[in-house]
Design a protein around this ligand. Structure first.
Ligand SMILES: NC(=O)c1ccc[n+]([C@@H]2O[C@H](COP(=O)([O-])OP(=O)(O)OC[C@H]3O[C@@H](n4cnc5c(N)ncnc54)[C@H](O)[C@@H]3O)[C@@H](O)[C@H]2O)c1
Length: 321
């Protein structure tokens, strides 16, 4: 691939192609971070819809704090894809999730965008290897998978395809960080990336329970918002499970509860809990703790739950504020 012509810190012009829920959310995010944004979407009513979306997002973005010079006036809506991409320093594609459409569109974007400029797809699940087949320069195409709404949820999962240059992946990860996102750079294509794979596991079990009359939708939703969801906003599922092992952490947790992986709680085939998996989980928790002791993590978890309860107006009534 040609080296990206602009350093990640030097980018001022971003192009968003496809301006629905996600593309529009990206537009709002990049505007709030002080970029000049050009958008293109073939729908006849796209212009009005995009303006409505950005206007609706703007009060939240003001609350979060706009970058210097950020303005909704810095949005240009282009008449053609070619016009949208002509001066792009980064392109974010957020068109409908259809493989043939993505293949053709990415090839058109590649043809219309200056050499070396990185083009990212918001796809929720297609591997870039399957989408980059028609492009003349597949080396600059990669996935930058956001979460809805992209202007509030920080995470972007970045991953290339078989024909993507490592340099493009590095550039994009750095660019998203500069643009205020929280980035996970994956070194291989994994079905569903990371977060969707986890979300889908939960979703699949929820559907099983509803289909079998085992739980209502409300019970399922309450079981998360009144339960583990409170912890997950600030401490992930592995570290919070490590705390279920008390002072023994993840090692005790696995030795104690590990055999129940085979219990019929789940419709999934459970993995074999062999020594290698046990060690990987224990080591991974140690690494994620970054030197924090179990007691430190317990204190952090408890404070986090209180903060989330306060933030969502669910503090127990009658106590001192
Ligand atoms: N909705 C989510 O929660 C979510 C989350 C992460 C990623 N994504 C991904 O983002 C992408 C967009 O999803 P969405 O939810 O915004 O869909 P959407 O239907 O809201 O928006 C898609 C937009 O693309 C436009 N479009 C149609 N044909 C096009 C073309 N040929 N070129 C460019 N634009 C075209 C449509 O007019 C529409 O405005 C998908 O790949 C999806 O998997 C969605």
């Amino acid at each position: 691939m040609t080296t990206p012509p602009t350093e990640p810190t030097g980018v001022t012009k971003v192009t968003c192609v496809g301006a629905g829920v996600i593309g529009g959310g990206w537009v709002a995010h990049f505007l709030a971070r002080g970029y000049d944004v050009t958008a293109w979407d073939p729908a006849p009513d796209a212009r009005e819809k995009l303006r409505r979306l950005v206007d609706a997002a703007w009060p939240a973005l003001i609350q979060l704090g706009l970058a210097e010079g950020a303005s909704r006036d810095r949005l240009t809506i282009a008449g053609t894809l070619e016009e949208a991409c002509a001066e792009a320093q980064f392109v974010q594609e957020s068109a409908p999730e259809k493989l043939d459409l993505k293949r053709d569109l990415l090839a058109r974007l590649d043809a219309a965008t200056p050499p070396g400029v990185v083009i990212a797809s918001s796809t929720s699940g297609y591997p870039m290897t399957d989408m980059q087949t028609e492009a003349a320069d597949p080396s600059r195409l990669l996935v930058g998978h956001p979460f809805n709404p992209p202007y509030l949820i920080p995470l972007v999962e970045v991953v290339g395809g078989e024909r993507t240059a490592g340099e493009a992946v590095e550039w994009a990860s750095r660019f998203y960080e500069v643009a205020g996102k929280s980035v996970i750079t994956m070194d291989r294509e994994v079905p569903g990336f990371i977060a969707n794979r986890l979300q889908e596991a939960l979703w699949r079990e929820a559907l099983h329970m509803v289909a079998n009359g085992e739980a209502t939708v409300k019970e399922i939703d309450d079981s998360i918002t009144e339960g583990p969801g409170l912890r997950w906003a600030f401490m992930g599922p592995c570290l919070t499970f490590a705390l279920a092992g008390g002072e023994g952490g993840m090692g005790h947790m696995l030795d104690h509860f590990g055999p129940s992986l085979k219990s019929p709680w789940t419709r999934l085939e459970a993995p074999e809990l062999d020594a290698a998996l046990r060690d990987a989980m224990v080591d991974g928790c140690d690494e994620a703790a970054e030197g924090r002791t179990i007691a430190d993590l317990v204190a952090e978890r408890d404070q986090g739950v209180i903060d989330v309860l306060r933030a969502t107006g669910r503090l127990p009534k009658g106590g001192a504020e």
